[in-house]
Design a binder for this molecule. Structure first.
Ligand SMILES: NC(=O)c1ccc[n+]([C@@H]2O[C@H](COP(=O)([O-])OP(=O)(O)OC[C@H]3O[C@@H](n4cnc5c(N)ncnc54)[C@H](O)[C@@H]3O)[C@@H](O)[C@H]2O)c1
Ligand SMILES: O=c1ccn([C@@H]2O[C@H](COP(=O)(O)OP(=O)(O)O[C@H]3O[C@H](CO)[C@@H](O)[C@H](O)[C@H]3O)[C@@H](O)[C@H]2O)c(=O)[nH]1
Length: 445
């Protein structure tokens, strides 16, 4: 199939490459010239494991190309996939301006029947609005389909090539056969549904996953007070097939370009039809507060953070990505700086993106994890990169000025800590270190 993907970001680029990988002819379009030039020169503007090699293979194979020329790409293809950003507006609603601009351009570029599929995450009713908009700009027939994307950054290629399911929202029979043919090589688990349900499935899925995370984080906070171990609790809960083991990792809360924005957008979608989504509002509130436990634990040990040097390991919102959009590290570091701390930060991949978001005279970016830890009064682990997990804690202890380790992602075990004198705080696990001064569990009987 000849496909144009409009928007060559984390979703558009991975989708485009994967559709080429399974034998389609794909042209990826972006209005950001620097991105397209970078791709045309064999480089990749984002970090995603395996992506560079797969791009190279498909470009060389003649199935994949990149352009800023949307009209020519649209005219040359039969399926147009929209994957432009839908970021949050200040009130939490999705900003549809990129989608609207792209839709108008597509309308003007039409030269015959096309299927136009929206992969961007959009509020219920958006596909219908986009259809009306395109209709205003073309005399040619077309069908709209809502095909939301469920890939995760860091495992985007395998998620795209082996998805749990594909959702196809349509309001006509006509595009179904072609869309099924396109997606069948990826999975048999395909749900063909109406457009509004497809749009809602995306938000409901993200909201549910975010709910699991906030739920386990609250359980972790209670575990800290009653002396239980949240990792054991999550394992025990996960054995129940109705609950499942995934998305029960307690930590500093969720970040990224999707959960924070999509939960806010769903609250707004509900509000617009006079429904208060009380549960989801709490999920968001719990998540917003969870990251500050890092600060609370630091203050419990160091009292005043003014003049203290705090090392930060991990700036990306999760490992295996360079994406720092809505990373909890942003607010944690801003709070440390506002309390007068000196911050030494390190991330193996996301550092440049983070620097573009945050610079401060008291914030130093370090070139290695060890450099960041050297002479610090405390070390906070915010992203679970493998290299942090594999660090020798005995070596680490010699680097820090004060052996205080605040582990926001529960990465270290009792065995690793045994031969050290670290004061160690994790999330919802009992005292694993000798030196800990955490409040003693409440006596229950
Ligand atoms: N990032 C994820 O993991 C993920 C997963 C599933 C769904 N989504 C959804 O997919 C959509 C895209 O997300 P993303 O993270 O890939 O965004 P992104 O910001 O990485 O990429 C969007 C791209 O669209 C381009 N663009 C904007 N307007 C354009 C236009 N008129 N013509 C051509 N290109 C244009 C931008 O330059 C940018 O490169 C969002 O709706 C998001 O919610 C994202
Ligand atoms: O048990 C868990 C699982 C995740 N997280 C955090 O949750 C956030 C999101 O993680 P993840 O879902 O793995 O990454 P995303 O790339 O944001 O993917 C989510 O958002 C995408 C965009 O909508 C969807 O396509 C995916 O299905 C959905 O998982 C990150 O900050 C994680 O650290 C936890 O704290 N605990």
């Amino acid at each position: 199939m000849k496909i144009a993907v409009i928007g060559t970001g984390y979703v558009g680029l991975v989708s485009g490459v994967c559709f080429a990988e399974i034998g389609n002819e794909v042209i990826c379009v972006d209005k950001a010239e620097d991105k397209i030039v970078c791709l045309q020169n064999g480089k990749v503007p984002i970090y995603e494991p395996g992506l560079k090699e797969m791009i190279h293979k498909n470009v060389t194979g003649g199935r994949l190309a990149f352009t800023t020329d949307l009209p020519t790409a649209v005219a040359a293809t039969e399926l147009i996939i929209l994957a432009v950003g839908t970021p949050s507006l200040p009130d939490g609603q999705a900003d549809l301006s990129y989608l609207i601009a792209a839709a108008e351009e597509i309308g003007r570029a039409m030269n015959g029947y096309k299927i136009i599929a929206i992969k961007s995450t959009v509020p219920v009713g958006t596909n219908e609005k986009i259809r009306s908009l395109i209709q205003m700009h073309t005399i040619y027939p077309f069908d709209i389909a809502s095909i939301p994307e469920f890939l995760r950054e860091g495992s985007a290629i395998s998620d795209t090539l082996n998805p749990d399911r594909i959702i196809i929202g349509v309001d006509h029979e006509e595009p179904i056969a072609e869309l099924l043919e396109l997606h069948r090589p990826l999975t048999d688990q395909i749900l063909v549904t109406d457009i509004r349900s497809a749009e809602m499935i995306k938000y409901a899925s993200n909201a549910f996953l975010a709910t699991k995370i906030s739920f386990i984080n609250e359980i972790a906070n209670i575990c800290e007070k009653v002396g239980a171990d949240v990792s054991q609790v999550a394992t025990g809960m996960g054995y129940d097939k109705r609950i499942g083991p995934s998305f029960l990792r307690a930590g500093i809360g969720y970040g990224g370009s999707c959960f924070p924005k999509d939960t806010e957008a769903l609250i707004q979608i509900a509000g617009n039809v006079d429904y208060e989504f009380k549960l989801l509002k709490s999920v968001v509130e719990v998540n917003r507060d969870q990251r500050f436990n890092i600060i609370r634990k630091l203050e419990l040990e160091l009292s005043d953070l003014k003049g203290k040097t705090i090392a930060i390991w991990g700036l990306a919102f999760k490992p295996e990505t360079d994406d720092v959009r809505d990373s909890p590290a942003i607010e944690i570091i801003q709070t440390l700086l506002s309390r007068g701390a000196q911050v030494k930060a390190y991330d193996p991949v996301a550092q440049d993106n983070f620097r573009r978001q945050l610079t401060h005279s008291s914030l130093t970016y370090c070139s290695t994890a060890e450099d960041a830890a050297a002479h610090a009064d405390a070390l906070c682990l915010l992203t679970e990169w493998k290299e942090f997990r594999e660090m020798s804690l005995t070596r680490l202890e010699t680097l820090l000025r004060n052996p205080l380790l605040i582990d926001g992602r529960n990465q270290f075990s009792e065995e690793q800590l045994a031969s050290t004198s670290f004061i160690y705080y994790s999330v919802g696990r009992p005292n694993l270190s000798k030196g800990i001064k955490e409040p003693r569990p409440v006596i229950l009987f």
